[in-house]
Design a protein. Structure first.
Length: 140
């Protein structure tokens, strides 16, 4: 998974920095930056991200994102947010998480406490004034 630090590292490499400078720019300490830069340069997620950067692909949406939804469905914000979430889950997890958090209230309803009227109805149903009386005992 492409983390924020890996993304910063790849962006610094793409900007022309060497592995050591890119690791420092990504937030790693100067003591471990040389080793971490070498490790990150071999990381599969970083390599894929760099290939997309050098290929000129827009990373905020998948290359065929417009082709996956017809034009009339692009007006539906739920479908668009779902597309953004799914297409960016591997390339930009923060963007996918933001899309999922904005999409959640529309898909899953929040369960609230019942209102005053609902509580009154439930209380009235619990107390049944016309219940049958218990049978009298015949003990003397």
């Amino acid at each position: 998974m492409l983390t924020i630090q890996k993304k910063k590292f790849a962006d610094a490499l793409h900007a022309g920095r060497n592995q050591l400078e890119a690791a420092i720019d990504a937030g790693y300490s100067e003591k471990t930056a040389k080793v971490k830069g070498s490790q990150l340069a071999k990381d599969q997620d970083v390599i894929i991200y760099l290939e997309r950067l050098t290929g000129g692909i827009n990373l905020n949406c998948s290359p065929d994102a417009k082709d996956t939804l017809p034009d009339e469905e692009l007006n539906d914000p739920i479908k668009v947010m779902t597309l953004i979430m799914v297409s960016n889950i591997t390339t930009d997890p923060k963007l996918a998480l933001d899309a999922a958090s904005k999409l959640a209230p529309y898909i899953h309803r929040k369960l609230d406490d019942p209102g005053k009227k609902q509580l009154k109805v439930e209380k009235a149903q619990a107390v049944n004034r016309f219940a049958a009386l218990p049978t009298p005992s015949l003990k003397h």
